[in-house]
Design a protein around this ligand. Structure first.
Ligand code: MN
Length: 324
């Protein structure tokens, strides 16, 4: 069974350096797990391919590790985006059957981001773009970012919304007053990342982005960032009377959103996503190197599904969405 994983990360030394300067003093900057993973993140060659072979992953669609370029000012991010995307394109060219790319965007300059996305899709063959967290502490429904959303829709490529560490005000209000290591975990992969990214996707919907750009497609990881669990509840107060949207909330979730399995390798959230969204909306992902290819593939193989649904999740949905 062909296996395509689409939330798989890499980084470069230049991006590590730029982000270290941008977030100097931040409590999360030295998260030991990220440092331990830096060798794997930096590798775009044989070791990565070897781990894919060992773990049963045929194709990785690569994205720049969080926070990507989202914390960098335009003067830094615009040239770095070009350099980083070119480096990824060279890696993909060396392993075209095994690697594909999502663009890193210099979101501090939305017009430059739109041009870079077009260059990445048209010239480099990339499959979409990833945005991490709240660029400049704003959500993507901010009118400021509209050129990026319009470019993604116009180029017919998805935008992947990925978590990043919360802004300082959120850290102070929600995740302080406890052991720093506990607060850092709660703020990120234990809780905060996921509800913030779920909120990010919901904000895109309720702001009317998908009424303006009905063909825009958005991907979120981690089995839907709690949206499948919350959807029935969220739709009760957020009726079209309240939102002013053309359709009920759930329609946008089922028509404009895709979710991936990144880092979520247990059955309860999978069943929830299957029951709420259906097998056409779920795409296999590992979240390499933060989760192991082997764990992801074992979970995929163990799903109690029809072969047809398993094939959709393993590769069919990704092939359709990303035109692979
Ligand atoms: Mn990830």
């Amino acid at each position: 069974m062909r296996t395509i994983a689409i939330e798989e990360h890499y980084t470069t030394r230049a991006v590590i350096q730029a982000n270290a300067e941008a977030v100097r003093g931040d409590v999360l900057r030295l998260r030991p797990r990220v440092q331990a993973m830096s060798d794997k993140l930096l590798d775009l060659g044989e070791d990565r391919i070897h781990e894919m072979d060992a773990g049963g992953v045929d194709l990785q669609v690569l994205s720049l590790n969080s926070p990507g370029l989202q914390l960098l000012d335009a003067a830094t991010a615009v040239p770095l985006a070009r350099e980083t995307n070119d480096l990824l394109a060279e890696a993909v060219a060396r392993h075209p059957d095994r690697l594909a790319g999502f663009a890193a965007l210099p979101t501090a300059d939305p017009d430059a981001s739109a041009r870079e996305l077009e260059r990445c899709v048209r010239d480099l063959g990339f499959k979409g773009a990833m945005v991490n967290g709240m660029p400049m502490h704003r959500f993507m429904d901010d009118e400021f970012f509209l050129p990026i959303l319009e470019a993604a829709e116009g180029l017919d490529v998805p935008l992947y919304l990925h978590p990043a560490q919360p802004p300082p005000a959120i850290m102070d209000c929600y995740f302080s007053g406890m052991e720093p290591a506990v607060g850092a975990s709660l703020a990120t992969s234990a809780w905060g990342w996921h509800v913030e990214t779920g909120l990010h996707a919901l904000r895109l919907i309720v702001s009317g982005v998908f009424d303006r750009l009905p063909r825009l497609r958005v991907v979120i990881g981690h089995m839907g960032e709690a949206i499948p669990f919350m959807l029935a509840r969220a739709g009760v107060p957020l009726t079209p009377d309240v939102t002013g949207l053309r359709k009920p909330l759930a329609d946008y979730v089922r028509e404009n959103l895709w979710v991936t399995t990144s880092g979520f390798f247990t059955f309860p959230p999978l069943l929830n996503a299957l029951l709420v969204l259906g097998a056409d909306r779920i795409i296999f992902s590992v979240d390499y190197p933060f989760a192991s290819n082997d764990a992801g593939r074992s979970f995929l193989d163990s799903m109690q599904l029809s072969d047809a649904d398993r094939e959709k999740i393993a590769h069919g949905n990704a092939e359709r969405l990303l035109k692979l």
